[in-house]
Design a protein around this ligand. Structure first.
Ligand code: SF4
Length: 57
């Protein structure tokens, strides 16, 4: 998924993953959209953001 990095935060998302390319100060995400996986997850801990890209990549 090729996701655009915006100049402002995506207001609908709070994210604390400060090692992500899309992360912005204040626990915000600048990705235009995100994808969360996996299907059939049973709880919060089983879910994660598939849009994550490591910083510097
Ligand atoms: S893309 Fe996912 S992991 Fe990266 S800042 Fe946004 S919500 Fe967080």
């Amino acid at each position: 998924m090729d996701v655009k990095k915006m100049n402002q935060p995506n207001q609908g998302i709070k994210c604390i993953v400060n090692t992500c390319y899309y992360y912005m100060n204040g626990d915000q995400c600048s990705a235009e959209k995100i994808e969360v996986q996996p299907r059939n997850a049973a709880n919060t801990q089983e879910t994660d953001c598939a849009t994550f890209i490591p910083q510097g990549s």
